[in-house]
Design a protein around this ligand. Sequence first.
Ligand SMILES: *[C@@H]1O[C@H](CO)[C@@H](O)[C@H](O)[C@H]1NC(C)=O
Ligand SMILES: *[C@@H]1O[C@H](CO)[C@@H](O)[C@H](O)[C@H]1NC(C)=O
Ligand SMILES: *[C@@H]1O[C@H](CO)[C@@H](O)[C@H](O)[C@H]1NC(C)=O
Ligand SMILES: *[C@@H]1O[C@H](CO)[C@@H](O)[C@H](O)[C@H]1NC(C)=O
Ligand SMILES: *[C@@H]1O[C@H](CO)[C@@H](O)[C@H](O)[C@H]1NC(C)=O
Ligand SMILES: *[C@@H]1O[C@H](CO)[C@@H](O)[C@H](O)[C@H]1NC(C)=O
Ligand SMILES: *[C@@H]1O[C@H](CO)[C@@H](O)[C@H](O)[C@H]1NC(C)=O
Ligand SMILES: *[C@@H]1O[C@H](CO)[C@@H](O)[C@H](O)[C@H]1NC(C)=O
Ligand SMILES: *[C@@H]1O[C@H](CO)[C@@H](O)[C@H](O)[C@H]1NC(C)=O
Ligand SMILES: *[C@@H]1O[C@H](CO)[C@@H](O)[C@H](O)[C@H]1NC(C)=O
Ligand SMILES: *[C@@H]1O[C@H](CO)[C@@H](O)[C@H](O)[C@H]1NC(C)=O
Ligand SMILES: *[C@@H]1O[C@H](CO)[C@@H](O)[C@H](O)[C@H]1NC(C)=O
Length: 735
Amino acid sequence: MGMGHVQSLLILILIFLCYQGFSVRTKDKIYVNIKGQKACFRRLNATSQIGCSSESKGNIGVVHYMRTTKDHDWVLNLGPYPPYVILIAAENFNRQDITELIDSKRVNGILVIEANSTAQLPPNGFSSDKSCPNDGYGLYYNNTVYKSCKKVEWNPPGEGQMFVDYSIPIFLLTNSNEVQYIIEQCYEKYNNPDDGLASHFPLCAAELKDAMNGAKDSITCIRRSNHFTSLTTSMNQYCDPLGDKNVFGFVNPKNKHEEQQNKSVIIAACRLDYMTLFENVNRSADNPVTSIVALLAAAEAIGKVKEEITDNKTILFTFFQGEAFDYIGSSRMVYDMETGTFLKNEDKYGLHALNLNHLSHFIEVSQLGYQQTNEAKVWLHSDPISRINISKQIEHLVDQIQRIAQQLNVSVQEPGHSQPLPPSSSQRFLRKTLLPTIVFANHENKFTNIYYNSMFDIGQLIGVDYPSSGDPDDIPITDQALLLTNISTILARTLYQLATNKSGSHIQANSTTVSHLLYCYILNSNCPMFHMILREEISHKFHKIPEMNLYVSVKNNNNPLTYITERMLAYFLGDKLENVSKSDCKTMTNGTKRSYWMQGIGKPRQGFCLVAVTRNSDAVSPAFIIDDYDWLSGEYSTWTESIWLQNAMSVRLFLVPSNKLQAVTLFVGVLILCLAMGIVFFLNSRAEVVFSAAPHLPYLFSLFPKLRLHLSIKALHPVLSKLIGHFKPPTYCLH
Ligand SMILES: *[C@@H]1O[C@H](CO)[C@@H](O)[C@H](O)[C@H]1NC(C)=O
Ligand SMILES: *[C@@H]1O[C@H](CO)[C@@H](O)[C@H](O)[C@H]1NC(C)=O
Ligand SMILES: *[C@@H]1O[C@H](CO)[C@@H](O)[C@H](O)[C@H]1NC(C)=O
Ligand SMILES: *[C@@H]1O[C@H](CO)[C@@H](O)[C@H](O)[C@H]1NC(C)=O
Ligand SMILES: *[C@@H]1O[C@H](CO)[C@@H](O)[C@H](O)[C@H]1NC(C)=O
Ligand SMILES: *[C@@H]1O[C@H](CO)[C@@H](O)[C@H](O)[C@H]1NC(C)=O
Ligand SMILES: *[C@@H]1O[C@H](CO)[C@@H](O)[C@H](O)[C@H]1NC(C)=O
Ligand SMILES: *[C@@H]1O[C@H](CO)[C@@H](O)[C@H](O)[C@H]1NC(C)=O
Ligand SMILES: *[C@@H]1O[C@H](CO)[C@@H](O)[C@H](O)[C@H]1NC(C)=O
Ligand SMILES: *[C@@H]1O[C@H](CO)[C@@H](O)[C@H](O)[C@H]1NC(C)=O
Ligand SMILES: *[C@@H]1O[C@H](CO)[C@@H](O)[C@H](O)[C@H]1NC(C)=O
Ligand SMILES: *[C@@H]1O[C@H](CO)[C@@H](O)[C@H](O)[C@H]1NC(C)=O
């Protein structure tokens, strides 16, 4: 054997080692990627950060499945191989246990198994919100009698999980096959302590990656973002303000040339958003979908008789966005009305600008879902402080509503007059103006919905449980839908009566509409009703968004359900124009009316042009638009969401060998490094000789083009330093 042959043999061995140990394919064998995961991420307000983040390279721990109190003890004390990544059923994910586990510093990450049936819901309720939601930003923020839920604790299950700054990553696991795999192939096979004795190496570990850019608080992170955007372009962002659009529509609007009298605008409102700890969870059946559906159905009923409303009164249907985060949408609309900027930018024949003096009544719909165990009652909440000045007007309003309800056999009652308003958008208006205000709800005092703002607020609990894959034409009209229809009817007749001072007994909401809307918002957004009102070009996008949800998100992301809700409202309040083509439809926007092209129904679809007095406006907290806003004043919401990089979130499983084996492999690694350096040095100095003496190599390269990479002297160094850096032996594969 000549000198050249020995060299090429050595090179081949080296290539072989590198290729085996560090190619992508082997990495795939080591790691098992968990795809069905939803991350908890970080949000910030003026003074703190909440939510989750991992270290930049991810957090690693040995997987331990928490089933009994024994497991608790194991993770906290006995287990010899911390840190752990714990796997826990959603029903056991409560604040006290989790806090204890995290504080022990022996837990490096949490995987929460999603409940996949009603049997797996926490029986005593769960809410990621506080027990006193929106406290501090409502009407009673500074009232010694009512603040901090002194009279009523609205949301007793609320442990405020949402508002904790977790030092570790937490993921929700949504694929039951993967969960089964983790339990059986990872935990039980490798880690399950046998009779209190720890398993031997190798152990199954998980790597949870969830690195967040933003940190500390909104002030710091906005300042940093601004600093960097002025230096570079849009790189280096840290956080974005939460926000989206408020949606609203008018019946009997006034334009700029007409008179809009004081106390002439009746607001009918609800909230458009909710919150959960994890991203892309779409469980919001009772809160706020029942409210949205009731308000839309009332709008439809009023829309059919809108020609009869011709007096000086205007009805304004409003959907507030971002309310879950300290009333972003309502506080912004109030701010705009106060500063005279609400509807200010309308053109010559556009809508009359509105301010707070123009408002006459505020009717809000809150949660209206009925669980089997509840009596089907509607409660009319009002504000005890307003009663000091306008008790007659409030009583008159309650009286009107009760008479209407009687016609429909719906039981409508008032809680005690000393009880304050539940969390509601109207509170932001009452902070600034005196208005007869009623909030419709399904609860007398504490919420009947024990899963308010959580991942368990599911349709089944309020009787919306037909299969989302079933034929949408056969959507059944359930008792829930019937009751909600009646409530919408009450709402519509009340509004009509307030606007015209005439009986609205001919007005009736449509139970088919209610059923379809419940189906679309709760079970499947890819539904006939939503598709009817979309433009063709947008329609395909709604097939592709699997997890449409009502989280407000950040201001530059247009939430598809906000967009849909505006069009739905336009459809119910507007007028179809006959014989207007799609291209002409655009030009129909004029004066107070906006035109919408909708693709319609049928095969092929019969599209139509529609005009309606509907709009949207910014639902971004005034804190972000006021110059020199005092961030610590507590006046407006200051919530922002941290930015994360693409692919920043992942959950992977792998096996860890014992320390001894790791030491051995490290040693071998170092040995290979030295050897390699020797060869590199050798090749470097005699490159010409080596390559001319090995004529069969080029042929080899053409067969395995990737091999060439490993021969490149420049490429060799990073590969080898990686080898020493964080070595994970390729011998163990999780299969
Ligand atoms: C629910 O999850 C369990 C395991 O956690 C699984 O055995 C069962 O098949 C799942 N059910 C459904 C309907 O996905
Ligand atoms: C809150 O109330 C206290 C005393 O009642 C008063 O001193 C303080 O100025 C109030 N704060 C605000 C922001 O109104
Ligand atoms: C920010 O959020 C934290 C956690 O919920 C809360 O304690 C604090 O009061 C909030 N700060 C402001 C200014 O609202
Ligand atoms: C509306 O109310 C405001 C404040 O009370 C008052 O200044 C204004 O003159 C009123 N406008 C009309 C048309 O009455
Ligand atoms: C509507 O406003 C006009 C002008 O202010 C007034 O003359 C008329 O009486 C009002 N109509 C009703 C029903 O209040
Ligand atoms: C409400 O009534 C109280 C006491 O009668 C009075 O001091 C206050 O000014 C009134 N508020 C309004 C907005 O009229
Ligand atoms: C309301 O209930 C009464 C007695 O229960 C019944 O006679 C009446 O027909 C009901 N009305 C409606 C509209 O259902
Ligand atoms: C609601 O309306 C339906 C049909 O209009 C009626 O049968 C039912 O009794 C009403 N009341 C309640 C409480 O559902
Ligand atoms: C409404 O109508 C009743 C009679 O039906 C009348 O007594 C009352 O004054 C009217 N209210 C208003 C504000 O016009
Ligand atoms: C309710 O709406 C459906 C479809 O939108 C329609 O076919 C039906 O006639 C309506 N029912 C009533 C009572 O108006
Ligand atoms: C919510 O997400 C599930 C998948 O997790 C999907 O099946 C369902 O259709 C979604 N709901 C809506 C209203 O789109
Ligand atoms: C728009 O509305 C104004 C006022 O109502 C009217 O004069 C004008 O002709 C309209 N323009 C179109 C294109 O319809």
